[in-house]
Design a protein around this ligand. Structure first.
Ligand code: A3P
Length: 267
């Protein structure tokens, strides 16, 4: 934990921005939004520096070295860490954290497709097997339920803004406006419009600094899929059978009964 404290403990109110998410939730999208807000809509950084360098992963070995040598402010960080590992280290820091959630059926389907491409992860197995593992929380990155429940209701304790993938999808302009206010970086209308343009699905899909096509096939097998896949709400309907849906709903109901978050399942 001391390692994280050193990285993120900063006395300056506005110097650390963090995109905090479960996997396949819109992490890359929020990295982009925060980068573009920080540069007032100018896409230069987004188009010239890979997202893992300009918004490094806190849990990855290279992050500490990168931060030691980086002079850029704000520091934009990314993480999938669950609350029980990162939450205590964040107490008392001034990091501004944006927690993104997404309806878990779409997370599951998106993660399944990503898992099949990712050679650094174990075999994804069949979709029904994957669904079971997701619900049991035995996949890499742990339990979606624990992640979301752990970080929900932390807004008062931390400087944390909650944003949903669905909100981003249905009102990108409004979401960027909300995030920029939270980061205390209000934008002019034309800057906001530039941000919206450069973090649209089509723009991001074509940007090799974002779409992970720079990652070699040994790590991400591009013949098996595309990271910027569909970007839709409700794609789970193309994969779930009625039986799987009922099973998912029953687990969701029992695990999330005391969670106040509301999810949008379809458009
Ligand atoms: P799909 O697989 O459903 O298409 P993460 O970055 O957390 O791994 O999330 C990846 C998911 O976010 C993928 O979902 C990807 O297409 C989607 N995504 C990334 N940028 C997006 C954008 N600008 N608009 C819509 N969806 C986006």
């Amino acid at each position: 934990m001391r390692y994280y404290l050193i990285l993120i403990n900063d006395n300056n109110e506005n110097s650390v921005y963090m995109s905090l998410t479960f996997v396949s939730t819109g992490t890359t999208w929020m990295q982009e939004i925060v980068t573009l807000i920080s540069s007032r809509g100018d896409p230069h950084l987004s188009q010239t520096i890979p997202n893992w360098t300009r918004a490094p992963w806190l849990e990855q070995y290279y992050c500490a070295d990168l931060l030691k040598t980086s002079t850029s402010t704000p520091r934009v960080l990314t993480t999938h860490l669950p609350h029980h590992l990162l939450g205590p280290a964040l107490q008392g820091t001034k990091a501004r954290i944006i927690y993104v959630s997404r309806n878990p059926k779409d997370v599951l389907v998106s993660f399944y497709h990503f898992h099949k491409m990712a050679n650094f992860l174990p075999d994804a197995g069949s979709f029904p097997e994957f669904l079971n593992q997701f619900l049991q929380g035995t996949l890499h990155f742990g339990s979606w339920f624990d992640h979301v429940r752990g970080w929900t209701n932390q807004a008062a304790a931390l400087s944390l803004l909650h944003v949903s993938y669905e909100e981003m999808s249905m009102n990108l302009h409004g979401t960027i406006n909300r995030v920029s206010s939270f980061l205390q970086r209000p934008l002019l209308e034309h800057e906001l419009n530039d941000c919206v343009k450069h973090c649209s699905f089509s723009c991001m899909k074509d940007n090799k600094m974002i779409n992970y096509t720079l990652i070699p096939d040994e790590i991400l097998d591009h013949s098996k899929g595309c990271f910027m896949r569909k970007g839709e709400i409700g794609d789970w309907k193309t994969m779930f059978t009625e039986e799987q849906n009922q099973y998912f709903d029953s687990v969701f109901k029992s695990r999330m009964q005391d969670c106040t978050l509301k999810f949008v399942w379809e458009k």
